[in-house]
Design a protein around this ligand. Structure first.
Ligand SMILES: N[C@@H](CCC(=O)N[C@@H](CS)C(=O)NCC(=O)O)C(=O)O
Length: 207
């Protein structure tokens, strides 16, 4: 079993944190060229995205299906809260905005990396979208987390929120200075050994 992705990718870090929590050895195979249009360069992902999981059963696309497969393969019976378990609007909306903000961030980073100007209309809208999601999450994430069952071992919401907010500063997309509650959440989550074992880093000298 191995994962194709990057140590600098927030969507890749989600299953890496799950694997660590689930005590599964998950080797990372680094994707070299993110501007390639060959699916083979993304471990066979037809939409040219990372991460992909490769097991004896086949290839898995997307961080959420990958985490589900990791949970099934684990010998531990962890109590995991998945997105479909979020029955209160505040929690369901938080999950939606975390994943939207993560994708928006990808658009901002890929735009910058390919030379699109920051004042390009689409980049301006992406940034406004990110700020809207972040303002909402700053005000509401604690209420969302409060709806989770206290006996849980892990939730996709908290892992993805953590990966989003650490990534924003790691990639210098957005400072968390204006989001003290989110920064405090990130600092608490960062103490987990699964978070420490998967810290963001660039796999290549130049991102
Ligand atoms: N829904 C996908 C999103 C994957 C995604 O957007 N990954 C980013 C990296 S964090 C990517 O592949 N970026 C390269 C690109 O969009 O060209 C998932 O959950 O894995």
């Amino acid at each position: 079993m191995h994962l194709q992705g990057r140590s600098s990718s927030h969507f890749t870090r989600i299953p890496r944190i799950f694997a660590a929590e689930l005590e599964i050895d998950l080797e990372l195979h680094v994707i070299a060229d993110l501007l390639s249009t060959d699916p083979l360069d993304y471990g066979g992902h037809p939409a040219l995205k990372m991460p992909t999981l490769h097991t004896d059963a086949g290839i898995w696309f997307g961080s959420l299906p990958i985490c589900r497969e990791l949970a099934l393969c684990s010998d531990l019976s962890l109590d995991i809260v998945w997105p479909e378990d979020l029955q209160r609007p505040v929690a369901a909306n938080a999950q939606e905005l975390v994943l939207t903000a993560m994708s928006t961030e990808v658009g901002l980073i890929m735009g910058k990396a390919s030379g699109v100007a920051a004042d390009n209309a689409q980049q301006v809208k992406l940034r406004a979208s990110l700020l809207g999601a972040m303002d909402w999450l700053e005000m509401n994430h604690l209420r969302a987390i409060d709806t989770l069952p206290p006996e849980r071992d892990l939730s996709f919401l908290e892992v993805s929120l953590f990966c989003l907010i650490e990534h924003l500063e790691f990639r210098e997309v957005l400072s968390l200075d204006a989001y003290p509650a989110l920064r405090a959440f990130g600092q608490r989550f960062a103490r987990k050994s699964s978070a420490r074992a998967t810290e963001f880093k660039f796999d290549f000298p130049s991102p």
